[in-house]
Ligand binder design. Structure first.
Ligand code: 23J
Ligand code: MN
Length: 263
């Protein structure tokens, strides 16, 4: 089985409809939920704005086009190592310098949607991951790992999506130990369906924001606000998650696509 014949077969499979392309992306627009950091600590990203230039009118009689006001970390997006202080020094850690070979990879979909539905502060532990691996197979080097929480069902309402009260945001995420476990496995990156790669209360963990801190310290990537993970198998899909090539960028909105075998 040569790489040429494999790609030829894949091409035929895609053309014949034997492989579905699942859109793991939310809609990017003025209603897209955005992170709210404590105002005394930090500035936030302003809402997405789509500015019309023309729409078949006096400003452009035959064409429609817009310009965007858009954060690097708005909506379904990619975190590059350069996003965090621990990853600042990687020469290939920004959106324009990273190795695109790493962006197309098998994806492990850890379905803890029931647990996350019952407890919005659910934290994924090493025991959870080891039990998942015993059932579905080991997580291998070069692969993506994503937590299926079905949080995309809340994405139509920023309040529901952020799920904050006086104690802070309540959204699921990984423990520091599980992030380190996955890094040691050699994963390319970690993805979440929530506003960021970390749990809502991760600011109080050790280290603070362990997914950001540890992933980027080790030149790994993050994915946030992923959608439609309920349409992916536990193993067997390929995820393509490519950021815009923003100059020295820390991240970017993406169109996350999964290739999924049918049947
Ligand atoms: C900046 C500060 C804290 C966090 C984040 C950004 C994100 O979640 C992000 O989008 O990378 S937690
Ligand atoms: Mn981000």
């Amino acid at each position: 089985m040569t790489s040429q014949s494999v790609l030829g077969q894949l091409a035929q499979m895609i053309a014949a409809g034997g492989i579905s392309v699942v859109d793991c992306t939310g809609v990017l627009g003025p209603e897209t939920p955005l992170l709210k950091l404590p105002p005394e600590l930090a500035k936030d990203t302003p809402p997405v704005k789509i500015h019309r230039i023309s729409e078949y009118d006096k400003d452009g009689p035959f064409w429609a086009w817009n310009w965007l006001e858009l954060g690097e970390h708005s909506g379904t997006h990619f975190d590059a190592p350069h996003h965090w202080i621990t990853g600042r020094d990687y020469p290939d850690g920004a959106t324009d310098t990273l190795d695109v070979q790493r962006l197309v990879a098998p994806v492990n979909v850890l379905d803890f949607s029931r647990e996350c539905g019952e407890n919005p502060d659910f934290l994924l532990t090493i025991d959870h991951v080891k039990a998942w691996e015993a059932r579905h197979g080991e997580i291998r080097p070069g692969e993506w790992v994503v937590l299926r929480s079905d949080w995309d069902r809340r994405a139509h309402d920023e309040g529901l999506f952020l799920n904050a009260d006086a104690n802070g945001p309540h959204t699921p995420g990984p423990t520091a130990e599980v992030v380190q476990y996955l890094i040691d496995k050699g994963i390319v990156g970690w993805g979440s369906q929530c506003i960021g790669t970390d749990a809502g209360l991760a600011g109080g963990m050790t280290p603070p924001f362990p997914a950001h801190n540890l992933l980027h310290a080790n030149n790994r990537f993050g994915l946030a606000s992923l959608a439609n993970l309920d349409k992916l198998p536990a193993k067997g899909a390929i995820l393509i998650a490519a950021p815009l090539k923003i100059k020295n960028g820390t991240g970017s909105p993406i169109r996350a696509l999964a290739l999924v075998p049918k049947g």
